[in-house]
Ligand binder design. Structure first.
Ligand code: COI
Length: 355
């Protein structure tokens, strides 16, 4: 069943939906994918006609540059269904801008805006049954670009594949999250790719994160690579600290991802007159604040993680547990944000995007 829509995306629908095999009540993050995928190739200096087709494995030449040099970038977005079955995205224009910013840093050609939005909309409409209603349910949307040119000289590729795949999601972290403040390893250096959603940024965290996991920490809060004195981000999330009633977060830089959830939390803090400071945050001040009982909360903010409280941390052998609060900023921001995302509250910033 092939259909060319008005925007000339070729659509090939699956004849064998997998949806009835899925238990939507017990989803591990990112393991199940919907029936269709969006695909667009860059060949001969331009993006070719996009296609949506049944989700399946790809055939890619073993010499494709992505396998050798990691020339790949991605995005993370979520689609939500409201009580009236309307599908919404949250600030997708930000994801579009960021994937092209990431792409530019990895010498990947820019992807056209109309293909991005039309592809997203067509794909989400086709797989709409995979988006379940109710706060906590969403469809995680993963656009990505890989260098497919079969050639192993260490050069930027001349052929790429842009894809969007989707995965029904609940929470990213299950259970309590404790973090280790980085002291030896680094995620990003000045002038590097830390601000980009470059695949290699994530791979480079796996080994130190495995070591942290063995010590009982789910995640690392990365510190600046030069001095390890400043707290930057957590790799899967940006990080906020609440000292007394002031919210602190590090300024974005070429080492820190410009998180969409992060900037939304900052906007919400302004809306609700919550004091915040965007400035370099030292390990020392956070440890002192914890010792003085002034550190009330740490939480992460990200698309996959939403707002995730952090219950404790370790640095240089010293361990700290955070107090359990009835009125935490983490729950406040999570509620405000999800109410907007699920069309349960007014959207004064125009963050919602109707599919
Ligand atoms: C996201 O939050 O969308 C991300 O890309 C983080 C990833 C580690 C799941």
């Amino acid at each position: 069943m092939v259909n060319i829509n008005k925007h000339r995306i070729e659509v090939i629908k699956t004849q064998n939906s997998k949806i009835n095999e899925v238990d939507f009540n017990s989803l591990s993050f990112g393991e199940i994918f919907t029936d269709h995928m969006f695909e667009c190739d860059f060949i001969n200096g331009k993006w070719q006609k996009p296609k949506i087709r049944p989700y399946e494995a790809l055939t890619i030449d073993p010499s494709a540059r992505v396998f050798h040099y990691g020339q790949a970038v991605f995005e993370g977005m979520k689609a939500y269904k409201d009580d009236n079955d309307v599908i919404w995205l949250f600030r997708p224009d930000e994801n579009f801008k960021r994937i092209n910013k990431s792409a530019a840093r990895l010498a990947i050609p820019e992807f056209p805006e109309d293909y991005f939005f039309e592809g997203l909309k067509e794909l989400l409409k086709l797989d709409r049954e995979w988006i379940k209603k109710g706060v906590g349910n969403s469809l995680y949307v993963r656009p990505f670009v890989i260098a497919t040119e079969p050639a192993i000289a260490a050069l930027p590729a001349e052929q790429y594949k842009f894809m969007i795949i989707c995965s029904p999601a609940k929470s990213y972290y299950t259970g309590e999250v404790r973090v280790l403040f980085a002291k030896k390893y680094s995620r990003a250096a000045s002038g590097g790719t830390g601000f980009a959603k470059a695949a290699g940024n994530y791979a480079a965290q796996f080994y130190p994160t495995n070591l942290a996991n063995k010590k009982g920490y789910q995640q690392i809060i990365w510190t600046d690579a030069n001095t390890h004195k400043y707290l930057e981000e957590a790799g899967t999330m940006n990080i906020f600290f609440r000292v007394n009633d002031t919210l602190l977060t590090a300024p974005i830089s070429d080492r820190i991802l410009d998180g969409i959830t992060r900037k939304s939390v900052i906007e919400l803090a302004k809306d609700y007159n919550i004091d915040f400071e965007i400035r370099p945050i030292t390990v020392k001040e956070i440890k002192e604040a914890a010792q003085n009982h002034e550190l009330k909360e740490i939480f992460g903010a990200g698309t996959a993680a939403v707002i995730n409280p952090i219950v404790g941390f370790e640095h240089d052998g010293s361990k700290y547990e955070l107090p359990k609060l009835d009125n935490s900023y983490a729950s406040f921001f999570k509620e405000k944000l999800t109410n907007i995302q699920y069309n349960k509250a007014e959207d004064i910033h125009n963050w919602r995007y109707k599919v």
